[in-house]
Design a protein. Structure first.
Length: 283
C-alpha cells in the first residue's frame, strides 16, 4: 500500500518531502495524517492550489525564529528530550481570524512556561517540560474558550519520561480524528487502542504507530508482560511467578516505560501493550 507521500507524488511528481532539501520557492502543506510535503510555487496553477487546499492545509512558514525552531523539531525525527515532557496536539475550529488570536492569548496566559507552536491556522502544538498543567483545569479553559472566543479545540496528549518528539507528533496526527469531543482531552494511548482495533486496513500506518513498542518486544519482555497481565498487574505476584526480585521486575518495567512511553503497571497502558503484543504475535 502506498504511503500518503507516495500518493501525493503520483499526482504531483514535483512534490518534495519535508526531509529533503528544498528552495524557498516551495509552498509547504500538511496532509490530514500529519505528512508534510512541498510543491514549487511557480508550478502550481491557482486552480491546483485551491483543489490542493481542500485536502491539505498550508503550513505556516513565516514564523519568528523560536516558533520555526520548534516547528522543525516537531516535523523531523531527530530531536530528543532527556527529561519528562508532554505533547498536546490541537485541531481548531473557529469562526473568525480574531478568534484564533484570542485563543492563543488565553493559552499563553494559562500556560506561560509551555511552548505553543502554531503549525497551521487550524493546528497548534503545545510542548510542556518537567511541570504540566492539570488536565481538568485545561479542559475548563477549553470550555471557556469555546463559549467566549468561539473556538473549539480537539486535543490529544502524551506524557513521556524522555524520548523523541517527532514520532510522537506524527502519532498524534493519525489519532486526532478519533478525538470527537472539543471539551475533552484524550490520552493518545486510549485512542491508539481504538485505532488498532478499528483501523486494521491501514497497514502502512500501524507499524509506524507501534514501532517503539514492537522494537522492545524480545522474548524476555513478552514473557514479563504476559506474566504481568496474567496477574492483574500485581507486581509482587508477577515477580514471584517469574522467580524474580520485585525490584528487578520494576527496573525492567521502568526501562520499557522509557523506551516506549507506556507504563505496564497502569491499566490503560497495560491494555494497549497487551493488544500490541497480541497483534505482534499474530503477524
Amino acid at each position: 500500500m502506498l504511503t500518503t507521500f507516495e500518493r501525493i507524488k503520483s499526482i504531483f511528481p514535483m512534490a518534495v518531502h519535508r526531509s529533503e532539501e528544498a528552495s524557498s520557492d516551495v509552498r509547504w502543506y500538511q496532509a490530514p495524517d500529519g505528512t508534510v510535503f512541498g510543491l514549487p510555487k511557480l508550478e502550481l496553477t491557482e486552480r491546483e492550489r485551491q483543489l490542493l487546499e481542500w485536502s491539505a492545509t498550508p503550513l505556516l512558514t513565516r514564523l519568528d525564529p523560536r516558533q520555526a525552531k520548534w516547528q522543525d523539531r516537531l516535523l523531523t525525527d531527530t530531536y530528543r528530550f532527556a527529561r519528562p515532557f508532554r505533547l498536546m496536539s490541537l485541531v481548531l475550529h473557529y469562526q473568525d481570524a480574531e478568534a484564533l488570536e484570542q485563543f492563543l492569548d488565553v493559552l499563553a496566559d494559562f500556560m506561560p512556561e509551555a511552548e505553543i507552536v502554531l503549525m497551521t491556522r487550524s493546528h497548534v502544538e503545545i510542548i510542556e517540560t518537567d511541570q504540566f498543567v492539570e488536565l481538568t483545569e485545561f479542559e475548563d479553559v477549553l470550555r471557556a474558550i469555546a463559549s467566549d472566543c468561539y473556538v473549539e479545540a480537539h486535543v490529544v496528549y502524551s506524557a513521556r519520561p524522555l524520548g523523541d518528539l517527532g514520532p510522537l507528533y506524527h502519532q498524534h496526527q493519525a489519532l486526532l480524528p478519533l478525538a470527537k469531543l472539543s471539551t475533552k482531552v484524550y490520552p493518545a494511548s486510549q485512542l491508539l487502542y481504538h485505532y488498532l482495533l478499528q483501523r486494521h486496513e491501514t497497514f502502512d500506518v500501524r507499524p509506524r504507530l507501534t514501532a517503539p513498542v514492537v522494537e522492545s518486544l524480545d522474548k524476555t519482555t513478552i514473557d514479563v508482560l504476559e506474566a504481568l497481565f496474567a496477574h492483574s498487574l500485581n507486581v509482587s505476584h508477577t515477580a514471584k511467578a517469574l522467580f524474580m526480585h520485585r525490584n528487578t521486575l520494576n527496573y525492567r518495567l521502568d526501562r520499557l516505560y522509557e523506551a516506549t512511553g507506556y507504563d505496564a503497571r497502569t491499566f490503560y497502558d497495560a491494555s494497549l501493550l497487551q493488544l500490541i503484543v497480541t497483534l505482534h504475535k499474530s503477524e
